[in-house]
Write a protein that binds this ligand. Structure first.
Ligand code: GLU
Length: 505
């Protein structure tokens, strides 16, 4: 058992867009697999056809492509344990259901939903288990030939797992330690439904974990209540020796820490809870995604990695390779992790500063085009380089800060504080002389300008930069003046200066 190759899986149900908590689960599985030289399987758990949502599977695949979380085998990739979509594995599950029935570890039940509801209303704490199963309509209470006859006549039935009461079931959880639960509180879970000839989540999940040679089940805390049943099923099949170790990850909590994070928190406070924008095929509603909101995937990964785990140092900026090296499943917290979306903004700001301008430029280019501005990508890239130091959370925030690169100031007005403070008696004349100097320079690059203008300012005892900024920008914002003038070029620089001189006098 100890020398088994690490194999983990991410096994979403395609019931809608992937929630950000699911992304964190997949990320932790990915980190764990990579740091152990193991494999990560991508399985689709679609045995509940009533909850199937078209497009969800494609959405999930695209989300991980964007985030850089790669699977080694599974849906869309292939591999030796396929098919990886549970709805395509009916024949396999049927065999295992038969086996439990043959060995008397499961039984057939004919109780209709109405009958079950009637019992639930009549008895406050009704559960289908060792004490009640003898009073229900199932193969334990009916003669074998009657059971056969009903099945042959096409009557619908389910197969239930026969839980033996009064036994302590231990779940070996890497994060939570030994979790003990008494089997008497478990009900005889439905494992299979004849109506759609499909197993339920519980059976399909553990049969696949076994067949796919999964060594560690790393999943959200919401699945912890299922774990004792899964342990019992493993034992019923005689698979104790290859039972995976469990790790149930802490819940993601609302930003204020009270209760589970929900989509409504995102809507209320203005942050996405999905990796990509999601268009609901039924309602047509559009929910925001991290990608479309302007987050860098590396920032999202870094942010999520630290929700429930930390490296035990002050270091917060961690690349995927750092995370693979440092991540420690056993050091995940048991307590829920507060979803501090403001921290997510901080990560994005930091990653924008660290990211190549060439990768950031297309986003600004898109916004420029929306504003009717078409510029060669090198120029857009140059502006990103000059402006990203401004502590922006998103590239789109650059547009109001950098419009002057692409269009001359619309007005020059003394109503602007920066203008009235820096445009005085004599400024127009000073700007005229500066313009003459610039017009006569051999080169117009940053260094030629800096050498000439600094020397001229020194000799004249003037400080022309703020007024010059008024000419080129119209107000007090923007980068270093020499960088700006070099970007605009000599002709545009002089044109803006003369226009400002005319208007402000
Ligand atoms: N299909 C379950 C889900 O939607 C998987 C739970 C598990 O990992 O066992 O998350």
């Amino acid at each position: 058992m100890t020398d088994r190759k690490v194999r983990v899986r991410f096994a979403p149900s395609p019931t809608g867009p992937l929630h950000i908590g699911g992304v964190r689960t997949a990320l932790y599985n990915y980190l764990f697999a990579r740091q152990h030289g193991g494999e990560l399987v991508f399985r689709i758990e679609d045995t509940d056809s009533s909850r199937f949502v078209p497009g969800a599977e494609e959405y999930i695949i695209e989300s991980f492509r964007w985030l850089g979380i790669r699977f080694d085998e599974g849906v869309g990739i292939g591999g030796p344990h396929g098919p990886y979509r549970q709805s395509e594995r009916r024949d396999i599950y049927r065999r295992y259901v038969e086996r439990l029935l043959d060995e008397g570890k499961a039984y057939v039940a004919f109780d209709t939903p109405e009958e079950l509801n009637a019992r639930r209303t009549a008895e406050a704490n009704f559960q289908y288990d060792a004490t009640t199963r003898a009073s229900m309509r199932n193969s334990l209470t009916m003669p074998a030939d009657e059971v056969r006859r009903r099945i042959d006549a096409g009557e619908q039935y389910v197969v239930r797992f026969k839980v033996e009461p009064g036994e302590d079931v231990h779940v070996d959880d890497i994060i939570r330690g030994d979790v003990k639960i008494n089997s008497s509180i478990l009900d005889d879970k439905v494992l299979y439904k004849s109506a759609d000839d499909l197993p339920t989540y519980h059976l399909a999940n553990i049969v696949d974990d076994h067949l796919m040679e999964i060594t560690h089940v790393i999943r959200g805390e919401e699945w912890l209540p299922s774990a004792p049943l899964h342990v019992l099923l493993y034992r019923a099949f005689g698979w104790e020796d290859t039972m995976p170790r469990f790790a149930h990850l802490p819940l993601l909590l609302k930003p204020d820490g009270k209760g589970k994070l929900s989509k409504r928190d995102g809507d209320r406070l203005g942050f996405p809870v999905f990796p990509l924008e999601w268009h609901d095929p039924k309602t047509g509603d559009v929910s925001p995604g991290y990608r479309e909101s302007g987050y860098l995937p590396e920032a999202v990964v870094n942010f999520l990695a630290l929700l429930g785990w930390n490296p035990g140092t002050e270091q917060e900026i961690l690349s995927m390779d750092d995370l693979v090296r440092l991540f420690d499943l056993a050091k995940c917290s048991k307590a829920g992790a507060r979803f501090d979306y403001v921290k997510g903004l901080w990560f994005n700001k930091e990653y924008i500063l660290m990211t190549d301008n060439a990768r950031l430029a297309p986003e600004l280019d898109r916004i420029l085009r929306q504003n009717g501005i078409e510029e060669p990508m090198e120029r857009v890239e140059a502006v990103v380089g000059m402006m990203k130091m401004k502590k922006i959370n998103f590239i789109r925030e650059l547009w109001p800060l950098c419009d002057f690169f692409f269009r001359a100031p619309q007005t020059y007005s003394m109503d602007d504080k920066f203008v009235s403070k820096n445009w005085k008696e004599g400024t127009a004349d000073e700007m005229r002389r500066l313009a003459t100097l610039l017009a006569g320079l051999d080169g117009f690059d940053v260094e030629s300008q800096r050498a000439a203008v600094d020397a001229w300012a020194e000799e004249q005892g003037v400080r022309p930069w703020n007024a010059w900024r008024v000419c080129l920008v119209g107000t007090g914002k923007g980068p270093d003046m020499y960088e700006l003038a070099a970007f605009l070029g000599r002709e545009e620089t002089l044109a803006r200066m003369h226009r400002a001189i005319d208007i402000l006098g």
